[in-house]
Design a protein around this ligand. Structure first.
Ligand code: GRF
Length: 194
């Protein structure tokens, strides 16, 4: 089984609830994949703690001086880590930096992201707040391929959630995250079967 399972490299900057949801499905034996490395640009990110506590290789990558992208040396190190780990699919799970050419070229068609809206609506930061401000009646989440733009890559799958009149940013974000935790493992399962 291990020799045929999809090798995931997960990148995240935050608490890692999506990564946990994916790992739970793997641990239950319901997804023929294994997380071979988790990488974060935030040293204290919960996603690294969770990986370490599950015996999964977790690496902090010093991002350098930019806020929205890695320094070229850090991006090169990122590519090196993923290639050395023989990653088949790069899974962005709350990774808060733009992906640049070296990584895109090293893993063409093999980098996916989850975004908390029904793209192309509400790209960028705090998409759930954007949905509330716009008065949307529904929103959701999208898994898409990553390209050089901000949440612009080809859409793979979406899951809708309703917006309720009494929603706050927190309640809406929590409802979207519940949908994310179902959608992301489902999409990865499709990659595992292809
Ligand atoms: C998710 O809402 C995802 O859509 C966005 O970043 C958030 C990450 O949350 N890209 P978590 O770290 O997986 O809990």
């Amino acid at each position: 089984m291990a020799s045929t399972s999809l090798r995931l490299g997960v990148l995240g900057s935050g608490k890692g609830s999506n990564y946990r949801a994916i790992q739970d499905v793997i641990d239950r034996g319901e997804l023929a994949a294994e997380t071979v490395i988790v990488i974060s640009d935030v040293e204290t990110a919960g996603i690294l703690d969770h990986a370490r506590s599950h015996g999964i290789r977790a690496e902090y990558l010093v991002p350098g001086k930019f806020r929205t992208k890695l320094e070229p040396e850090a991006e090169a190190r990122l590519v090196q880590l993923l290639q050395e780990a023989k990653v088949d699919l790069v899974v962005l799970a709350g990774y808060m930096r733009m992906v640049k050419t070296p990584l895109l070229e090293a893993f063409p068609g093999k980098i996916i992201n989850i975004h908390p809206s029904l793209l192309p609506a509400f790209p960028g930061l705090e998409a759930w707040k954007q949905a509330l401000v716009a008065g949307a009646e529904k929103t959701g989440c999208t898994v898409h391929y990553v390209d050089a733009g901000m949440d612009t890559g080809e859409i793979i799958a979406q899951r809708e959630v309703p917006v309720f009149a009494d929603d706050t940013p927190e309640t809406l974000h929590a409802r979207i995250q519940m949908a994310e935790h179902i959608l992301y493992p489902e999409v990865i399962a499709k990659f595992a079967k292809s």
